[in-house]
Ligand binder design. Structure first.
Ligand code: CA
Length: 650
């Protein structure tokens, strides 16, 4: 491959006296910057016909780069590039645009320091000693505040995440305060860079998850209070990060570099250089969205690296979740880890270790779950093993899992069928003598080298919510039964080794009415219904108690595979039941038991006095009862977490 100098900063580089434009457009015959005083206001229209304020030619500077310097103060001036090849001129928005106009139709020259809220860079990001200390809450910006009962005034906006003191009709906290009460450490935001589908000029009545990337380096306009002025969304995103950091919460961005909604910007600037092509012609489509980017190509790799590091440095983002990470090559992912480590090693990285379709990228180069051993140990993959082991396949709505393994009328599975999947998840997918990997359904090997590589979860934005899944598996079940299953699922995820993750609202039995792909369903389906917080207070308390226990006791967050092998020991238990001890030196020892059966089970445990910290109803740091060791009876569909009495300084 021809060597390309990928060094240098690209984009519109502003200073009050001049702005430098630098862009990569190999083989172009001419390249001009067209300047405008506004961002172009049509949504799907063609602003290309409008006469620019001025036009400035860039000159080639070698290696396919073009450069130009425009004197004067161009702050908040909008721009596009006009690229001429073989007599044909086409317009492209700068992929490096750090701010954009309404609906992302034009880039904007931005004075970035001027968008920093006062004190923005004085406060250090909340420190994170290890990825396994994270408890991740997956949230769509709009869902948090869209409900009329949210009590939040800036509904659907970044600023909605900054509002403390919001309450629902019954006076219970909502929004930011609710998240703080839960005790999670990270808020993972669904795509919040500029995406395509929602018309920013009139976002009401529309909804989209945002997996349709338009401009990677600018925030989404429909989440700002003024999408027409490119600097507003930048400042408001920073205000959001600042408000969360001030409260000790960290921010993860869901990033979607694997495909673009529209190929034109990249293809006009550098035809054939940013996407993978099939040998037979046409775009490779491992994303299922019509194209896939070529992370292994030098300038795409640089683009992703630059973009991720930009969000981390400019906005102080604390983590990144890579959509369809399995479409990125391993080397790029490891370079991203290196790049972020130079900014802050506490920044977390995780992603979907799979693709959505066939790709031309060789299997061994892909950042797939099965290739996790080749990834940096602080790049994690979602554990679909745990996800489907606990509550049944996402692909077959009525199929149950471990938590309803005894509900014969609903699970279509035999008790014990999913035990090994769950044990595999409990041990964070690292090699463990107590787990028989041959019996794990989705994985042929222990794919995690370290617990920092495994994200455990049972619900995310994709597929049914946990509550809807439980309902689909057991359509006739009463609410109490579903609640027991939900609590058991939560207890498994939040006590397991690895990194726990859950979808916002799981803690209040979130429902989308059975909508399993709500990517463009209305707010009424997607928004968090804060009235459910009042109805399911016991469930909310249960999540809060589990998170408090996890944060208090380091043995639930062991940092190495070796420690997990030494300190986590599975006990013998009947099919449909899992029991293990955590030898918590220097803390107390723990016994953890999960019974997914519809009847109680006796389990032999070590002798001694044991305090109950978690049972089928309650979870937390306050002992609920004291039991004598030897053997315990675990009620149907419930968890039991026991702590060696007298030894935990609570
Ligand atoms: Ca947009």
């Amino acid at each position: 491959m021809k060597h390309i100098d990928t060094g240098g900063v690209l984009g519109a580089l502003y200073s009050p006296k001049k702005t430098v434009f630098r862009v990569w457009a190999p083989g172009a015959d001419a390249l001009e910057t067209l300047l405008y005083d506004h961002g172009g206001e049509q949504f799907a229209g063609d602003p290309a016909g409008e006469k620019p304020l001025s036009t400035v030619s860039l000159t080639p500077s070698g290696g396919g780069f073009w450069e130009g310097e425009i004197p004067g103060n161009l702050k908040n001036t909008y721009y596009v590039y006009a690229v001429t090849r073989e007599g044909l001129t086409k317009q492209a928005v700068d992929p490096y645009a750090r701010a954009v106009g309404v609906n992302g139709m034009r880039g904007m020259v931005i004075d970035l320091p001027a968008t920093d809220p006062p004190g923005f860079r004085e406060r250090k990001r909340p420190p994170l000693a290890a990825p396994t200390d994270a408890v991740i809450y997956e949230l769509h910006v709009r869902d948090l505040s869209a409900h009329p009962q949210s009590g939040i005034s800036r509904r659907g906006k970044f600023l909605g995440l900054t509002e403390g003191g919001a309450k629902n009709a019954e006076g219970l906290s909502t929004g930011l305060d609710h998240i703080l009460e839960l005790g999670v450490t990270h808020i993972h935001l669904l795509p919040s860079f500029d995406f395509k589908t929602v018309d920013e000029a009139a976002p009401e009545g529309q909804f989209n998850w945002g997996y349709d990337p338009q401009n990677y380096n600018a925030p989404e306009g429909s989440y700002s209070t003024d999408p027409f002025h490119g600097e507003t969304r930048v400042r408001e995103f920073k205000l959001m990060v600042q408000a969360l950091h001030e409260r000790g919460l960290r921010v993860v961005m869901d990033v979607v570099y694997n495909h673009t909604d529209d190929i034109s910007n990249f293809e006009i600037l550098a035809p054939g250089r940013y996407y993978r092509m099939k040998r037979t012609g046409g775009y490779s489509d491992g994303s299922g969205c019509g194209n896939e980017t070529a992370s292994e190509q030098p300038m795409m790799r640089k683009f992703i690296l630059d973009s991720v590091c930009y969000w981390a440095k400019e906005y102080l983002v604390d983590g990144f979740r890579f959509d369809l990470m399995g479409l990125h090559d391993i080397e790029t992912m490891n370079l991203i880890r290196e790049g972020l480590d130079k900014i802050d090693p506490g920044i977390i990285i995780y992603g979907e270790g799979w693709a959505a379709g066939d790709s031309v990228l060789p299997e061994e180069q892909r950042a797939l779950k099965a290739n996790a051993p080749a990834l940096h140990p602080r790049i994690a993959c979602f554990s679909d093993d745990m996800r489907d082991g606990v509550k049944g396949s996402v692909f077959y709505a009525s199929q149950g899992g471990f938590i309803n393994s005894g509900a014969a009328e609903s699970s279509h599975e035999r008790a014990g069928d999913r035990d090994e999947d769950v044990k595999f998840g409990i041990a964070a997918a690292v090699e463990h003598p107590g787990v028989d990997v041959q019996k794990v359904r989705y994985s042929a090997s222990f794919w995690a080298k370290e617990p920092s590589q495994a994200v455990n979860y049972v619900s995310a934005h994709d597929n049914l919510t946990l509550w809807d899944k439980l309902t689909a598996v057991s359509p006739g079940a009463d609410e109490e039964t579903l609640l027991r299953q939900n609590k058991l699922a939560a207890a498994i995820v939040l006590t397991s080794q690895g990194i726990p993750f859950f979808q916002a609202g799981e803690e209040m039995a979130r429902t989308k009415g059975g909508d399993e792909n709500s990517y463009r369903s209305p707010d009424s389906v997607n928004r968090l219904d804060w009235e459910r917080k009042s109805r399911f207070t016991g469930l909310v308390d249960y999540y809060r108690g589990l998170i408090a226990l996890r944060k208090r006791c380091a043995c639930f967050r062991l940092r190495s595979a070796q420690e997990i092998r030494e300190r986590l020991r599975f006990l013998s238990a009947d099919p449909g039941t899992i029991a293990y001890t955590l030898d918590g030196t220097p803390e107390a020892g723990f016994v953890i038991i999960f019974n997914g059966l519809a009847e109680a089970r006796r389990v032999d445990i070590p002798e001694g006095d044991w305090d109950v910290l978690v049972n089928g109803d309650h979870a937390g740091l306050r002992p609920l009862a004291r039991l004598a060791g030897g053997a315990v009876s675990v009620p149907a569909v419930s968890a039991l977490v026991l702590c060696n009495a007298h030894s935990l300084p609570l």
